[in-house]
Write a protein that binds this ligand. Structure first.
Ligand code: FAD
Length: 470
């Protein structure tokens, strides 16, 4: 008998889970409340520009995400550096470079660190010692997760300048938290996987096309080809376990869903269905509301306690080239990471020849997310000019901001106890999402891993019941 799996949420976790289940022979329906797939890793149209909801970066160690892109047939749309190379810009200073050598890890960054201008020489030596000690930290130890990365760095001789110009340079972008606020376990995971174990692991990659082409268009094609019934603009309102299986009540929003079939209730309609198994792949706040009480075995108020952290992206179109790298990081500046999005966004067609579209990614943006557009413009344009001197002569053709107030779960101390594994206390129900217990911070890699794990859990468990209710 074919098992019918219902996947709730069409972010990367849900898409990965749906594909796994369909590839294993299950009948799969995927419900996504928005009109598009991809969740927070998507893009939208602004005039003639394709704008990512936030700049996304991938590392070579993100093996599940890269395999997922392979499965979608779009792996070549991601550029991956041959060798980790991060230009680091600072106001009024010579650009520095964090480039790996051909030596094995952790020696591959030794030469770059030895020459790393933003940090005094004495700090460079301390950083090497700190990195070796961080490589020995056990991320699975609850006591390690209870401690802050900042506290550990201070105890290991890392002075504020090193935290600011090196540890936070990498940590804020990958953890969406400053060292002082980050779990040591998650920080150790990031640095061990990305920089301390395999020399090639930290090579940086980015999409050459808008994220929607990968996570919506290609994902939808792959899902439909695999036989998945993809229902977008379909919001699941309740999930209840009955004698005949899992009962789902959903509302169809105004936009028509992708695979409307016979009996489609149409826009604004309500529908109830019963499936054998459920993979929940929604954000924590939705899971806390949607899943039956006790399903996850987490402490009360777990979603609020896990919390979330914002990311803000500032988008600037200049009338000329001001950033002479595909991307760069900045120190001693409110600017964190900058990316040249000219080719990938279609800016060449939308703006005069020579114009450049620079996206500035601002993580751990608690202080920025609430600022009005004018205040962000006043802060960011001079800051960009300070690190990109060519901007002083450039005209700003367009300036806008995207904000994700709940971009990721908060990667703070104690997070591990609030992240459930894929198997729940209820038969036929498994959970996915970058916020679940993947061991990773909130990343595309974590989302795909969680989807794969939840699909395996869903397919491994006995069937509750079968049948479809009208
Ligand atoms: C601005 C920004 C920048 C980022 N940068 C990076 C980066 O550089 N590298 C990296 O690896 N990661 C990055 N991330 C993190 C990464 O994008 C996420 O961790 C990952 O995409 C989360 O996927 P997910 O499927 O777990 O969750 P989501 O993307 O949140 O997907 C959940 C889905 O469930 C849907 N849903 C919610 N409620 C319902 C309902 N009732 N019924 C049906 N559907 C529902 C939502 O609409 C959504 O599509 C970034 C995130 C943001 C926001």
């Amino acid at each position: 008998m074919t098992v019918h799996v219902g996947v709730v949420g069409g972010g990367l976790a849900g898409v990965a889970a749906a594909l796994r289940c369909a590839d294993a022979g299950a009948a799969v329906t995927l419900w996504e409340s928005r009109a598009r797939l991809g969740g927070v890793a998507g893009s939208f149209r602004r005039g003639e520009l394709d704008v990512d909801t936030g700049q996304h970066v991938v590392l070579r160690c993100c093996t599940s995400y890269l395999a997922f892109l392979d499965r979608l047939g779009v792996r070549d749309d991601v550029e991956l550096q041959d060798r980790l190379d991060i230009p680091v810009l600072a106001p009024g200073a010579r650009p520095a470079r964090l480039r790996r050598s051909g030596l094995p890890a952790p020696l591959h960054l030794g030469a770059a660190l030895a020459r790393y201008g933003p940090m005094p020489l004495a700090d460079r030596l301390r950083v090497l010692r700190g990195a070796l000690a961080l490589g020995r930290v056990d991320p699975d130890d609850p006591a390690v997760d209870a401690r802050s990365f900042g506290d550990w760095l201070a105890a290991h001789g890392q002075r504020p300048r090193a935290v600011q110009t090196l540890w936070d340079l990498v940590g804020v972008a990958t953890l969406n938290a400053r060292a002082a606020d980050a779990s040591l376990a998650l920080a150790a995971t990031v640095f061990q996987l990305g920089l301390l174990t395999d020399a090639a692991a930290g090579d940086v990659g980015w999409a050459r096309v808008p994220l929607g082409r990968l996570h919506d268009d290609a994902a939808r094609r792959a899902l439909v080809t695999a036989g998945v019934d993809v229902r977008t603009s379909a919001k699941v309102r309740t999930l209840t376990r009955g004698h005949d299986g899992w009962r789902i009540a959903l509302t169809h929003a105004q936009a028509a869903h992708a695979q409307a079939g016979p009996g489609d209730p149409g826009p604004g309609g309500e529908e109830e269905l019963v499936v054998d198994r459920i993979v929940s792949a929604v954000p924590p706040s939705v899971a806390a509301r949607l899943l039956p009480e006790g399903a996850l075995g987490l402490p009360a108020e777990w979603a609020d306690r896990l919390g979330s952290s914002p990311i803000v992206d500032v988008h600037v179109v200049y009338d000329r080239r001001v950033l002479h790298h595909p991307f760069a990081a900045a120190v001693d500046s409110p600017v964190q990471w900058m990316f040249d999005r000219t080719a990938s966004s279609g800016a060449r067609a939308a703006h005069p020849p020579g114009a450049q579209y620079v996206a500035v990614s601002l993580s751990a943006a608690d202080d920025l997310v609430g600022l009005p557009l004018a205040a962000l413009r006043e802060l960011m344009l001079p800051a960009l000019t300070a690190v990109l001197p060519a901007a002083a002569h450039a005209r700003v053709l367009d300036f806008f901001v995207t904000r994700e107030p709940h971009a990721t779960f908060r990667a703070g101390p104690g997070q591990a106890a609030l992240r459930p594994g894929p198997v729940t206390n209820l038969p036929g129900l498994s959970v996915a999402g970058a916020w679940t217990a993947t061991g990773w911070p909130a990343t595309m890699e974590g989302a795909v891993r969680s989807g794969d794990a939840a699909a395996a859990a869903a397919l491994a468990r006995p069937v509750v019941a079968a049948g479809v209710a009208a």
